[in-house]
Design a protein around this ligand. Sequence first.
Ligand code: MOS
Length: 705
Amino acid sequence: MTLPVRAIGTPLDRFDGPAKVTGTARYAFEHPVDRPAYLFPVQATVAVGRIVAVHTEPASREPGVLAVLTPENAPRVASFDDPEVVILQNHEVAYRGQFVAAAVAETSEAARRAAELVRVDYQAGPHDVELRADHPDRYAPEVMNGGFATDSLRGNPEAALADAAVRLDATYTTPWYQHAQLEPHSTIARWADGRLTLHVASQGVHRLRESLATLFGLDPERIRVISPHVGGAFGGKLHTHPDVVLAVLGALAVPGRPVKLALTRQQMFSQVGYRTPTVQRVRLGAGPDGRLVAVSHEVVQQTARHKEFAEQTATPTRVMYAAPHRSTTHRLVRLDVPVPTIMRAPGKTPGMYALESAMDEMAIACGQDPVEFRIANEPPLDPELDRPFSTRNLVGCLRDGARRFGWAGRDPTPGVRRAAGGWLVGTGVAASMYPVYRLPGSSATIRLEPDGRYTVSIGAADLGTGTWTALTQVAADALGVLVDRIVLRIGDTDLPAAMAAGGSSGMTSWGSAVVEAAGRLRARLAAEQHDPVPADGIEASAEMPPNPHREHFSMYAFGAQFAEVRVHEATGEVRVPRLLGVFAAGRIINPKTGRSQLLGGMTMGLSMALHERCVLDPRFGHVVNHDLAEYHIATNADVGRVEVHTLVEDDPYVNPMGSKGIGELGIVGTAAAIANAVQHATGVRVRDLPITPDRFFVGATSVRG
Ligand code: MOS
């Protein structure tokens, strides 16, 4: 293969691809270790209560059992700051499925058998697991995830709404979505000589080390976390969840033995976080010309009683469209459930489903084309902060997408186009957006080796996203060499500390640090004589430098998604033969892996629109469809043609690469584009996801929270 001189912008194949397809890329559970022991958890069978007794005798007598951990005998933690991971430390049960005991044994079969023999007596208390928009205990959290303000208010939206020539007042709901990565959450933990070594599927090794150091009162230097390959994360492997902690408790109980824990799919439904269900009231007011005068977005969603997580659902409404009068609010209800967490584009994904559905409804109410209606309400500045966007190419995405999709001449009349076989056909559009986050705390070291290669070391993560390849490309360009001269090392706390992969900020944070370190090394090599290069190489290190432009600009990636749907008039089945997305996300470092990110996001958005929903049993407080047979995720058969396009966008302000995050952008807006197309096909506006066949029939009941 001839390597390109400029690596950034080249669609290189994944460097880790051959190792992955030959099975030699090791995921956490697969690391070879000496004399592994296996852990199997025991989960609470009540949603609220007190553990009265744990009977371990039969389990302990099972052949091969090394330890049975209970709240009485489990190793103690040092910090109680994060109640989600304080497990086996007291007798309280906070949600059904919580870990209350565990068995460690010579084989996974023996561990599972022993765990099944542990009997726990509870004194159950009354529980409340049902989210309702009018729940009497709803409250305003102090701050939303990501540091966003809980509420925002500008002008007088109530008065402006009352006076508006055209008004929309609609409530949208999204269900509880479960994290369902292909690789289940897995850990190998070993405690020996006062040191803890972990192989774990993690979005950030240093972040995980820090949280475990705090929880167990250990010097971080005594913990090593290794995670070179992760089989999907989506936010579910960012925060520390109880599974890693349980593996560490197991390791502490059998010193010297590596303890392996891989959650079963069913265990994941209570252990690794989920996207909160939402109830969202959106009100829009427009003048007779179709210009928005008021925007209001009120969100009610859930959190866990034992720990708060506040999803920033209304925040996209703060930046999407111009309107002088604006309000957004978030309210939470504490329930006896597992802790919700971030999931691919937290807040933006459910929030943009509601806002972009409402924009479609409003365009129809104003008699305007939904593409033109959005363009007419494009804000000249960030409408909340009154400052310019570093780049904002939503209009370009809408226009380019409309052209590619064949939007021109679309008859807005719903329910009039048909395809053979009883299918109603419709098309819809929605916008995408995602902030350019930048998280401090990343550093990189680059060493020129005697053989002329450069070792680039940074504690970054590859979640399956393409970091191994794209970060190598960034380093090659920064050093002015071909990619085959770069040896990248990531996913290990022995490497320079780096921020976790979250908020689509990885490339911005790690790339900025790598570019800075490369600049220092090049300066050193230019200033000093190094011929030959000494055996231990020549190196330079750097932290991600501050970005002075951030105070002056709002930084976002945008996109436009177009959907064609077919709804069967007899059965209500919905098919999506075509999705088309156009995205403006700065420079695309690797168009091949980048396309995969956007395509994957759109596919997850399709899955959200049509399939995914956790069904809770309010009597017991658990998700009943807790496996991949009943929690349906879009498969190949559900996905038609998906086209991904990107606009050339030159943003000199975001970071030295000119790139914006693309891991999350693709899921934002897909569900609204599909729901809008469904309305166009059928005349039925579905405001409650997922869009299942029953939504189209008279007498269908909504599952409003
Ligand atoms: Mo992403 S949901 O911020 O890991």
